[in-house]
Each structure stands twice: as structure tokens, then as C-alpha cells.
Design a protein around this ligand. Structure first.
Ligand code: SF4
Length: 339
């Protein structure tokens, strides 16, 4: 909240990605969390910037800002969005774009590309995916041993460290601990009564408050589209470029509504879900699924209620804690009355 208005004042609209505006605002103010964490005075100057439009165009604008600022090259993978199936020609085109970046990386690093090392890293990323998915799937247990809010924290290594041993070590330990919890009947929510799906972005600045609000109502939010975004089942070290392209073309956010509805319906059934909570995130239309009729279509198809929370991933000027708490309480009350 200290940084978004600074980026807004520099012409970056409050309507666009608030990850972008937080980050660029912090850069403009000359502050970084790296100072407190590692004693660094600023973000390190990049040699090259990379993006993939599989999630949105904002990543292109975001990296382009730093490309202009640091006068370094920016390369991207332009992936089509709103896909109704993972088409072979699209995967081939994205794989070719990935391969085309290699010469630039060789030049900047001064090292020849090592396909064997690439295969090893992809194998490790695949293992990270397998373990993370196993952790997420543990919440099928009734009562659930963990919540979506726990997983928003635990997904960190899968987001930024997949391909490294530290990430796979982390998820091996986490999986073991989660299994131990289910074996011993330890649940995330005391006397779990209701099980919810979360669709859309987390509201990062309100994770604790939301977690406690649902918990006080004996309600467990336990599965989401978001945390599963770092499950890349297609990775295959035998065919590294193609499988990497396929994995990144297949993410939930880049598919069309038919794909997304089938995806959510499958999760609702497998995780014994009683209701869906949608986050309508002010600045992220691409990962908000409330604006083209999906909640009503899924309500009719699945026969379970839904709640829409209005907010934002970072910009808390768009979020009312009081209003949201009242809405969640009313939603749970209606659910109890109808059951
Ligand atoms: S998908 Fe949404 S939250 Fe993610 S970078 Fe794009 S606009 Fe930002």
C-alpha cells in the first residue's frame, strides 16, 4: 500500500496488475524487501528479462519497464490465451520461441547451452510438481489436514525454486508431515462442518483475517485453482522444450471457461466441496472468473451455492474487511439453513 500510489502517480493505472504497481512503486521509492532479508541496497541489475504471456499481458509491460530502466534486453514467449484445448500447433510454436531464446542466453552467460543440465533441472521440477500435487491432494481427506491459506504460504518453493533440490526436499518433508496429520486425525479446522473451493487470486494482505473468519465458522477453504497453478504435470526431460511449452500452455488461467468449469467441477466432486468462494480481483481480470456468468453456470450444474468476494490481490483500497466478513457469515448461515 506504500508503493502502489507511487506507480499510479507515474502513469501506471490502479486498474492494472497490483503486483506490477507494488513492485515498480517500490523500485521508484528506492526500497526493497531484499534489504531487510539480505542487506542488499536495491534489486540486482538484471542481465536479461524474460516473460510469458500465458497468464496476462501485464508481465510483458512489467519486464519492459525494467528493460527500459536498466537498458537490458527483454525476451518473451507469446502464448495464446482463452484456449479451448491444448493445440499441437500452439505447443510447437511456444517450444520454438523457447529454443529461440537460447543463443541470447549463451551470449549473456558466456557459456554454451547444456541440454543434459536442462534435462536434469526439468526432472527435478517435475519431481517438485509431483510432490506439491500430492500435498494439495491430501486435503481430499475429511476433515482436511490443511487449508488454502496454509498452501498460499507453502507454495513458495514451487513458485521460485522448482528445479532445485531445496524445493523437492521441502515438499518431501511437508508431504510426510501432512500424512502424519491425516493418520492421526489432526484437522486444520476444529470440528470442520463446511468445505469450500477458492477461485481466483489470494488477497495477500488479508490471509490471516480470512483464514480466521472461515475457521471461526467451522468452514475449511481447502482447494483452489490458484495453488494448483504450480503443478506442471507435462514436464518430461526426454523432450524438454516441447514438454516445457506444453506445461506452460496448459495452466488454468490461460484456458477458456468451458475448460475452467470442467476443472472446477472435477475438484468440487473429488474434494467433497459444499460451496465455491470466488474472488473478484479488481486489478486482475485474467484470473477473475466471475464476470462472464461462470458462477451461475456452475451453480446450476453442481447444485452448490457460491459467494463472490470483491477485493484485490495487493491493493487493499479495493477491499472492505467488515463487508467481507458479514458476507461470509451470511453465506455460511444460508448454507446451514438450507442443509
Ligand atoms: S495474472 Fe493477474 S496477478 Fe498475475 S501478473 Fe497478470 S494481472 Fe498480475
Amino acid at each position: 500500500m506504500d508503493y502502489i500510489p507511487i506507480a499510479n502517480a507515474h502513469g501506471y493505472s490502479p486498474e492494472i496488475c497490483s503486483y506490477l504497481t507494488s513492485d515498480i512503486g517500490a523500485y521508484l521509492k528506492g526500497e526493497t524487501p531484499l534489504t531487510q532479508a539480505f542487506g542488499m541496497q536495491g534489486i540486482p541489475k538484471p542481465d536479461i528479462l524474460l516473460y510469458n504471456t500465458n497468464q496476462c499481458r501485464d508481465v510483458y509491460d512489467w519486464m519492459s519497464y525494467y528493460s527500459r530502466e536498466f537498458k537490458v534486453p527483454v525476451y518473451g514467449i507469446n502464448t495464446p490465451r482463452t484456449q479451448f484445448q491444448i493445440r499441437d500447433d500452439v505447443v510447437k510454436a511456444c517450444a520454438a520461441q523457447l529454443e529461440a531464446i537460447v543463443p541470447a542466453l549463451e551470449k549473456i552467460s558466456g557459456k554454451p547451452f547444456d541440454i543434459d543440465q536442462f534435462r536434469e533441472i526439468l526432472a527435478s521440477s517435475h519431481e517438485c510438481t509431483r510432490l506439491w500435487e500430492a500435498v494439495l491432494d491430501m486435503t481430499m481427506t475429511v476433515p482436511s489436514p490443511a487449508t488454502f491459506f496454509d498452501h498460499c504460504i507453502h507454495m513458495g518453493p514451487a513458485v521460485v525454486m522448482r528445479g532445485r533440490k531445496e524445493a523437492t526436499d521441502y515438499y518431501r518433508i511437508l508431504l510426510e508431515e501432512t500424512k502424519e496429520r491425516t493418520d492421526n486425525g489432526v484437522s486444520a479446522i476444529q470440528e470442520e462442518k463446511h468445505r469450500f473451493y477458492w477461485d481466483g487470486m489470494p488477497i495477500w494482505g488479508k490471509l490471516r483475517n480470512l483464514s480466521e473468519t472461515f475457521s471461526n465458522l467451522k468452514s475449511c477453504v481447502l482447494v483452489s485453482s490458484y495453488c494448483n497453478s504450480w503443478v506442471f504435470s507435462a514436464f518430461d526431460p526426454k523432450d524438454p522444450f516441447r514438454s516445457m511449452a506444453e506445461a506452460y500452455c496448459s495452466i488454468f488461467i490461460s484456458q477458456d471457461d468451458t475448460y475452467k468449469e470442467n476443472y472446477i467441477a472435477d475438484k468440487v466432486e473429488r474434494f467433497s466441496i459444499d460451496g465455491i468462494v470466488y474472488h473478484d480481483s479488481k486489478c486482475c481480470g485474467t484470473n477473475t472468473n466471475t464476470r462472464y456468468g461462470m458462477p451461475d453456470r456452475l451453480k446450476e450444474r453442481l447444485g452448490i451455492p457460491y459467494l463472490v468476494i470483491n477485493g484485490d490481490l495487493n491493493d487493499l483500497r479495493c477491499y472492505s474487511e467488515e463487508q467481507t466478513t458479514t458476507n461470509i457469515e451470511a453465506f455460511v448461515e444460508q448454507l446451514e439453513e438450507s442443509s
